[in-house]
Ligand binder design. Structure first.
Ligand code: C2O
Ligand code: CU
Ligand code: CU
Length: 480
């Protein structure tokens, strides 16, 4: 099979030419997009994951050794109830230690699955997850300090649906893979033989790794089939570092219905949607005119120093859609009331905290290989150091700032309200409940710490550009 790995033009000039991505066009292999297998555990209240190695042939050339849960690359979409105690079981059949963090689950630190909870090769971890939060699309991935980027790149990630079973009542698309699509967006690099490649150059380590090919749900060049009606796209940016500026190729609107931590009160019409690593957004798209269309993205510009535009330049294709009129279109109109919420907390009693995401970018930084150039409040991550202790039940206002690059900040154990972005009201897409947000300048966040975390099993907060996280842009705190 022939793959078209075309070079796209329109990329702005950059000081470091080696980090400019050449994105290949998606529609090359001509297959239909498959969803991750659905593992519906809403009835049983238990699920089992087996981390394993396998072989994946992404481009129809040579196969690559990849990792996955219960399969060779990525993991199943696990559906569990949003208010339930769920028994998880994770067996590690790989030859090195991994962990499984439930990104977006608001649960105590002792079952959070961060870097202090490695699962040794050959062993099984069986946490009981006390879930009590709004329905949301969240995800799970490995979180071993210093190894997260490489291990996630190899495939150790998957989507989790916290479901309250009320989507039909809300008038939302809910048929998995039919009108309710789960889309894991990743970019990967391939060598001449079509093998997936992860070798970090110094610029990759500084700017974050960017791939040359878009992979959706582990597939390259697939087309998604949708009914002639409204479909729901559950988007996860599962890339190591790429930020997508998503639009529809014919500029039809996307109707935002959910952010990281759950549904909004009502749909918000958007022309474009920025999604940074770790973030999830759910949108409704109307396919009732029957025309084929593509989800496209503008170029990532978080590679050049001192850049302030999120994405720009010509668009490249993420995923083409084909309307199949034989499929029954269940949802024909946009629901008006989603039954979710947008946060509106009173910040007056909040305790203030400053969080500065630092990169040392002095002269010669491209020549020296060092893992200590990334830090938070001047200190690179240290597994042995507690960065702070929070009194359980406290409301905090975090003033988070980043210079030089944008960094998607993620905080474990909470959901938060974006209070302001560079002194202004948050963008519409950031008006919902979030657990990860792109810091572009200075952003104020409001969050209440209700979940406990001990000093031995604390919560993490970090940049979700995985190369930055692994290089020290992470901190940890206990909640007592
Ligand atoms: Cu998605 Cu601390 O991770
Ligand atoms: Cu997390
Ligand atoms: Cu970063």
């Amino acid at each position: 099979m022939i793959t078209r790995r075309g070079v796209l033009s329109g990329i702005g000039a950059s000081a470091i030419s080696t980090v400019i991505p050449n994105i290949s066009s998606a529609a090359t292999l001509g297959t239909f997009l498959a969803m991750p297998p659905l593992l519906d555990s809403t009835r049983t209240g238990r699920f089992r994951l087996e981390a394993q190695s396998g072989r994946t042939n992404f481009l129809g050339q040579a196969a690559t050794e990849t990792w996955g849960f219960n399969q060779s690359y990525l993991g199943p979409t696990i559906r569990i109830a949003n208010k339930a105690s769920v028994q998880a079981e994770v067996e590690n059949n790989l030859s090195e230690e991994i962990s499984v963090h439930w990104h977006g689950m608001i649960i105590p630190g002792d079952v959070d699955g961060g870097p202090h909870q490695p699962i040794a090769s050959g062993s099984t971890w069986s946490p009981e997850l006390p879930i009590d939060q709004a329905a949301a699309t969240i995800w799970y991935h490995t979180h071993i300090h210093g190894e997260t980027a490489r291990q996630v790149y190899k495939g150790l990630a998957g989507v989790l649906q916290l479901s309250d079973g009320l989507d039909d009542e809300r008038g939302l698309p809910s048929k998995y893979g039919l009108d309710d699509l789960t889309l894991v967006l990743q970019d990967r690099r391939f060598d001449r033989n079509g093998r997936m490649d992860y070798s970090l150059s110094m610029p990759d380590q500084m700017m974050g790794f960017l791939g040359d090919t878009i992979v959706v749900n582990g597939q390259v060049g697939a087309t998604a089939v949708v009914p002639k009606g409204i479909a729901r796209l559950r988007l996860l940016n599962g890339s190591n570092s790429r930020i997508y500026g998503l639009t529809m190729s014919d500029n039809r609107p996307m109707h935002l219905i959910a952010a990281d931590a759950g549904l909004l009160d009502r749909p918000i019409e958007l022309d474009d949607l920025t999604i940074a690593p770790g973030e999830r957004y759910e949108v409704l798209v109307d396919f009732s005119n029957g025309r084929d269309v593509s989800l496209v993205s503008r170029q990532n510009t978080n590679t050049a120093m001192m850049r302030r535009t999120r994405t720009s330049g010509s668009s490249f294709e993420i995923l083409p859609f084909k309307v199949d009129t034989a499929l029954s279109a269940r949802i024909a109109k946009l629901p008006q009331d989603l039954g979710g919420s947008r946060p509106d907390m009173d910040p007056s009693s909040a305790k203030d905290r400053r969080v500065t995401l630092d990169m040392q970018m002095g002269p010669g930084m491209m020549m020296r290989r060092s893992s200590n150039r990334f830090s938070i409040n001047g200190q690179p991550f240290d597994m042995q150091r507690m960065d702070f202790t929070i009194q359980r039940g406290t409301l905090e206002r975090w003033s988070v700032s980043a210079d030089m690059m944008m960094h998607p900040l993620h905080v474990h154990g909470v959901k938060f309200q974006v209070l302001s972005e560079n002194g202004r009201a948050p963008s519409l897409q950031n008006s919902g409940w979030k657990d990860t947000v792109l810091i572009d300048g200075r952003v104020e966040l409001l969050m209440k710490f209700d979940q406990p975390a001990s000093e031995s099993l604390p919560f993490m907060f970090h940049c979700h550009i995985l190369e930055h996280e692994d290089s020290g842009m992470m901190g940890q705190f206990s909640v007592v």
